[in-house]
Write a protein of this length. Structure first.
Length: 259
């Protein structure tokens, strides 16, 4: 995708990677709209960052997505980039169904069904634009599993394969499909993860991501250097070592790879 001159909607962008990416894209000359469930966070973003648009959206709710899409497209008819950023990550123990089932269902609804509904809500509009991008967000854990987050791993693997499939379907159209593949980044995705010294600092991740978007406008996947340990373990032939390495650390999720 081009790095400037776009109108970008990023749901799930009231904090973490989503907000940091939104601010950097805004600084690069894009019109940016962020979405989230909590009105107070959206109000704060609007106050602290004039020029950033905001809209309330709950991507676990089909009606909320439809309403938000109508509002965004009404106010920003030139929208040409959708970033399906929102996601949740929970530690689960699948040896006890009572402890994981609700978490697994919530994870799949947010991380898989949510992006599917978002794409469905905007895809007709995007196809009418001369140059449009759907950016999905998977994870290094789509390629190497972290044992304590089974549903998250599976949901991101689904997003990877969805991205691959949609890219084939949109070939020859004005719509590009780009997959952002983060490593572990210092955000609040898990409790205490903001201070995880094994994770990549958020500002470094966003700076490298935007640099890759700028220098590789036709890239299918945006991979910062640190995620390649996870992304290519199987291709390198050291998959078992990669799995062992990321699962040998803190049982609460402080591993060197994955989001």
């Amino acid at each position: 995708m081009n790095i400037t001159g776009n109108t970008v909607f990023i749901p799930g962008a009231t904090s973490g990677i989503g907000l940091a990416l939104a601010l950097e894209l805004r600084a690069r000359g894009n019109t940016v709209i962020v979405g989230g469930r909590r009105a107070e966070l959206l109000d704060r973003i609007a106050d602290e960052h004039p020029g950033i648009g905001t809209v309330r959206i709950d991507i676990t709710d089909a009606a909320s997505i439809a309403s938000a899409a109508k509002e965004v497209l009404s106010n920003h008819p030139g929208l040409n980039v959708l970033v399906t950023m929102a996601g949740v990550m929970n530690i689960e123990d699948w040896r006890d169904p009572a402890s994981f089932l609700a978490s697994a269902e919530s994870t799949v609804t947010t991380n898989v069904v949510g992006p599917i509904r978002l794409i469905a809500a905007f895809v007709e509009h995007l196809q009418a634009q001369p140059d449009a991008t759907i950016m999905t967000v998977s994870s290094g854990l789509a390629f190497t599993p972290l044992k304590v987050t089974p549903s998250y791993n599976a949901s991101k693997a689904a997003i990877h394969m969805l991205s691959e499939s949609l890219r084939l379907q949109f070939a020859g159209t004005s719509v590009k499909v780009v997959e952002l593949v983060p490593p572990a980044v210092r955000t609040a995705l898990l409790p205490g993860h903001e201070d995880n010294e094994l994770a990549m600092p958020l500002d470094e991740f966003v700076a490298e991501t935007v640099a890759l978007l700028e220098t590789q406008p036709d890239a299918k996947e945006i991979q910062v250097e640190r995620v390649k340990f996870l992304r290519y373990g199987e291709a390198r032939g050291d998959y078992d070592r990669v799995v062992a390495t990321i699962n040998a650390s803190d049982p609460h999720g402080k591993q060197p790879g994955g989001v």
